[in-house]
Ligand binder design. Structure first.
Ligand code: XMP
Length: 315
């Protein structure tokens, strides 16, 4: 039986043993990196510098909300605004694995710059078991290079420390609850953010459409759950597809893009079942998204695929 208390105690001892100099930690505000940061803060707080990178692929209002939450947890935080660098690096990149590698590599470069500023020797990461299992290596096939694993360049000079690498998502959440971290029950959000929910060209405009669509899905699901019309799924979001179809706007022909709504039940993200969603909720989402992004999206579809054979995200 997994004991969050025992895990925290052991991790603190291990970190104190391993980390003897300045460390930077990548804080995304998600449960994994926040749990890793809080444990590291207890273990070696005086050596710890938390860095949050705004890649430009964050959800609506996410940067401000996360900044406030991490400040409440007492973490020493630096925010790096890197949207321009990410968009420049990803220009013309559409292949999912290529995209993940570029994002992961830039992420590490930014950390190396922060390391130079504070003189860090270690990089602490909130990598969990499914991240490295699905990223392949040894006899395992690469399903997706997870952002915190696949993009590590060979010439990286920081020593990587991963206190959560043997945990599954449900265990990380238990640890988060034990540590009274507000984001413990937040739905997962991938490291590369909206970049892997915006299929095709990563332009500012298309990412903004993805952001708005994701926000609408979150709002409508959460409101419906509050009204008792449905249970909140384990994960729920929208992705923008690189598929155009013919529609009508007013009485004029429109040729617009497609948004897919995805919601799944899962325990640890390793397998998942698509969630049956009440039709009135889907109808509201469809109307709101097409109204919010008038003209550019004219078709909303619902994904009814389990994992396997699909994955949860589309890239
Ligand atoms: P997939 O799409 O592979 O995702 O079924 C399983 C779970 O992991 C999340 N995910 C990621 N998390 N870095 C992360 O920290 C990543 O690169 C990444 N890619 C996917 C995904 O949202 C789902 O919850």
């Amino acid at each position: 039986m997994f004991s969050p208390e025992g895990f925290v105690e052991e991790s603190i001892a291990a970190l104190r043993n391993e980390v003897d100099d300045i460390a930077v930690i990548a804080c995304s505000g998600g449960v994994d990196s926040t749990v890793a940061a809080v444990i590291a803060n207890i273990a070696v707080g005086q050596l710890l510098h938390c860095v949050y990178v705004d890649t430009g692929f964050m959800r609506k209002n996410e940067t401000e909300e996360i900044q406030e939450m991490l400040a409440r947890l007492g973490l020493n935080l630096t925010v790096v605004y890197a949207e321009d660098r990410y968009f420049a690096a990803l220009e013309g990149v559409v292949e999912p694995e290529h995209k993940r590698k570029v994002i992961g590599e830039l992420f590490i470069r930014i950390f190396e710059e922060e390391k130079e500023k504070v003189g860090a020797k270690y990089l602490i990461q909130g990598t969990i078991a499914p991240d490295w299992i699905e990223s392949g290596g040894g006899a395992r096939d690469t399903i997706k290079s997870h952002h915190n694993v696949g993009g590590l360049p060979d010439d990286m000079t920081l020593i990587v420390v991963e206190p959560l690498r043997d945990l599954y998502k449900d265990e990380v959440r238990e640890v988060g609850q034990f540590l009274k971290i507000e984001s413990s029950q937040r739905q997962p959000f991938p490291g590369p953010g909206l970049a892997v929910r915006c299929l095709g060209d990563l332009t500012l405009e298309r990412v903004e459409v993805t952001r708005e669509a994701c926000a609408i899905v979150e709002e409508e699901f959460e409101a419906a759950a509050q009204r008792g019309e449905m249970e909140l799924p384990w994960q729920y979001f929208a992705a923008l597809l690189p598929v155009k179809s013919v529609g009508v706007h007013g009485d004029v022909r429109a040729y617009g893009e497609t948004v897919v709504v995805r919601a799944v039940a899962s325990l640890d993200g390793m397998s998942a079942r698509y969630s049956p969603i009440p039709h009135p909720v889907l109808t509201k989402i469809s109307t709101r998204i097409t109204n919010a992004v008038k003209g550019s999206v004219n078709r909303i579809v619902y994904d009814i695929t389990n994992k396997p054979p699909g994955t949860i995200e589309w890239e």
